[in-house]
Design a protein around this ligand. Structure first.
Ligand code: HEC
Length: 112
């Protein structure tokens, strides 16, 4: 008698474990989760070189990183642009970087 009760208990726990595992699997199936990131639209000031800043300076972050800065002298903008290239890997060549630095200095800096 004891053995039969034990057998039934074991069988029931196996059945329950199986049922539980299926329930967990079904929960995960087809559960596609997505998030929507906010798009921060920033219109940079019109000026020579804006096209290059638009092209390269909002690949990794929004262009408000530019507009939020204090008015830096050219040297400081140059250091920032080179940091983007050297440290973070911004794909900007030397010619374009000069254009962008002049644009930033004239429109978001002291101009000298
Ligand atoms: C390859 C990715 C990448 C590109 C392209 C890029 N940046 Fe950045 N930028 C970063 C990262 C990473 C940070 C640091 C983010 C942080 O600290 O929150 C940053 C930060 C900044 C900051 C904040 C101040 C600082 O020094 O950290 C400014 C200003 C900035 N970027 C300007 C620019 C400009 C101008 C361009 C266009 C030439 C540019 N970024 C292109 C990755 C990039």
């Amino acid at each position: 008698m004891k053995n039969i009760i034990m057998l039934i208990a074991v069988l029931m726990s196996v059945v329950f474990m199986q049922w539980n595992a299926e329930a967990i699997e079904t929960e995960d199936k087809g559960a596609v989760k997505s998030i929507v990131l906010p798009v921060i639209e920033v219109d940079l000031k019109e000026g020579a070189g804006k096209d290059k800043a638009d092209e390269f300076c909002n690949i990794c972050h929004s262009a408000d990183y530019i507009t939020m800065q204090p008015r830096f002298p050219t040297d400081a903008w140059s250091a920032i642009v080179h940091k983007m290239i050297v440290v973070y890997g911004a794909p900007v060549n030397e010619d374009d970087s000069r254009t962008i630095i002049n644009y930033l200095s004239s429109n978001y800096g002291t101009g000298k």
